[in-house]
Write a protein that binds this ligand. Structure first.
Ligand code: PMP
Length: 457
């Protein structure tokens, strides 16, 4: 039984004491006030249970309060919370060795941070110092952080401020073959390959060439002849699970490297097995980045991030001292280390692949049934369902309609996310311990919400 503050009292405090913009985007008309979590489940102040398909924004990787991770954390809490990395500790060194075992041979030097923004900030700095160049290119519609430097990488009007920032940051068109200028089409026979990753759609290949031409234009017109780097998520998260055509990243990396730049994969959302087929999203694109940034799922919700790079880049960066107090904290490293063990022992990546593929397949069937589902895409448990007024126009489903369905899904006991420029994409990025039964429960709830919306129009 819940004995904490009343929900009204919490709401009151939130109104007057908390970041008002968070209030503005407080997700639901009737917000949820959570008290407890276990694996894929959450409970609120009224004792209602929710199936969590958003994981605190793709962050709880192996499950809320996972018993094994919790036990490891508790043990470490009694032993040593903090010392900075000027001292040696077992958790830090055990963890960096364990983490780098998951990366290609050339990516072996680890810098631990406290968030994704901080990791991307650091990667920007390293790219610039290593190359001696300044300019950086990202995708329009990407989110790479909210710190003053990473705001330059992030390309979303809602997150931008009218202040001088982001010097040297440039954007290129995101190769979004659903909403982008040159469209594209589904591979109807193969919902699961969704869809951009297959080469059977000539429209998709054509679009790829157009987006590569766009990148070439940015390289020719907006930046000096030598650049510092290129940031890209393997699948866009906040952008709404946007997948690129099959060869885009490969071709983009080549162009960037020809201009002296390094390539950075932002794995904040796609890392740690979320895409199912691979541990890292970049592996699905057949590329090897020069730097990988990560956060969110790295420690199952405990604040942590990392940059992993090559020895050469690390050497260029070693000319000054880079230090942060919490980098390599024994507590954070113990938790992150236990997360890696749990991913292996629980078969988490495999669950992402099987349950994710099942969800994609079933959602693709709903796409055939409902005119307002324009696109179903993603990989593993990084899924986007793009809602439209109709399939022909692909115009985004208006915010009120999105909100009605979203709220209804929540009221029936499932939490999902939203993304995309118009909030038009439902995002499914759950703790990667969900079962096929959970997937079926969500599908039943989602169908019911769609049906109710259609009938209410
Ligand atoms: N990169 C990506 C891809 C993200 O989704 C986010 C957070 N939404 C960040 C970076 C920033 O991470 P953080 O919020 O931990 O600073």
């Amino acid at each position: 039984e819940y004995k904490g503050m009343s929900k009204d009292r919490i709401m009151e405090i939130r109104k007057h004491r908390c970041n008002p913009m968070v209030m503005k985007v407080t997700y639901y008309n009737k917000p949820v006030c959570l008290t407890q979590g276990y694996m894929q489940w959450l409970w609120d102040t009224d004792g209602r249970r929710y199936l969590d398909l958003f994981a605190g924004i793709a962050t709880v990787s192996v499950g809320h309060c996972h018993p094994k991770v919790t036990e490891a954390a508790e043990k470490q809490l009694r032993c040593l919370w903090h010392t900075s990395n000027i001292y040696m500790t077992t958790p830090l060194h055990e963890y960096t060795e364990k983490l780098t075992a998951h990366l290609p041979d050339q990516l072996k030097v680890v810098y631990l941070t406290n968030s994704g923004s901080e990791a991307n900030d650091l990667a920007m700095l390293m790219a610039r110092l290593h190359t001696g160049n300044f300019d950086i290119i990202t995708f329009r519609g990407s989110y790479h952080g909210g710190s003053p430097q990473t705001l330059g990488l992030t390309s979303y009007a809602a997150y931008k401020y009218p202040i001088a920032n982001g010097f040297g940051c440039h954007t290129t068109m995101c190769p979004d073959v659903f909403r982008g200028l040159w469209g594209g089409s589904h591979c109807r026979d193969s919902p699961v390959q969704t869809i951009r990753q297959c080469s059977c759609d000539p429209g998709c290949c054509q679009a790829n060439n157009m987006y590569i031409e766009q990148l070439k234009e940015v390289l020719a017109s907006s930046v000096p002849s030598r650049i510092a780097g290129f940031f890209g998520e393997p699948i866009q998260g906040v952008g709404g699970a946007v997948q690129y055509p099959k060869n885009y990243l490969k071709e983009a990396y080549k162009l960037v490297r020809e201009r002296g730049g390094v390539c950075i994969a932002d794995e904040v959302q796609t890392g740690f097995g979320r895409t199912g087929s691979h541990f890292w999203g970049f592996e699905g694109h057949g590329v090897i980045p020069d730097m990988v940034t990560m956060a969110k799922g790295i420690a199952n919700g405990f604040p942590m991030g990392a940059v992993i790079t090559t020895q050469e880049i690390a050497n260029s960066f070693a000319k000054g001292i880079h230090f942060n107090t919490f980098s390599g904290s024994p507590l954070a490293c113990t938790i992150a280390s236990s997360v890696l063990d749990t991913i292996r022992e629980d078969g988490t990546q495999q669950t992402s692949a099987t349950v994710g593929t099942y969800l994609l397949t079933e959602l693709a069937k709903l796409r055939e049934k409902y005119e307002i589902i324009g696109d179903v895409r993603g990989k593993g448990l990084q899924i986007g369902v793009e809602m439209v007024k109709d399939k022909e126009s692909r115009a985004p489903l208006p915010a009120e309609a999105i909100s009605q369905i979203f709220e209804d899904v929540k009221d029936m006991g499932v939490l999902i996310g939203k993304g995309g420029a118009f909030g038009q994409v439902f995002r499914i990025q759950p703790p990667m311990c969900i079962s096929r039964d959970d997937a079926d429960f969500f599908l039943a709830v989602f169908s019911c919400a769609l049906q109710r919306y259609m009938e209410s129009r």
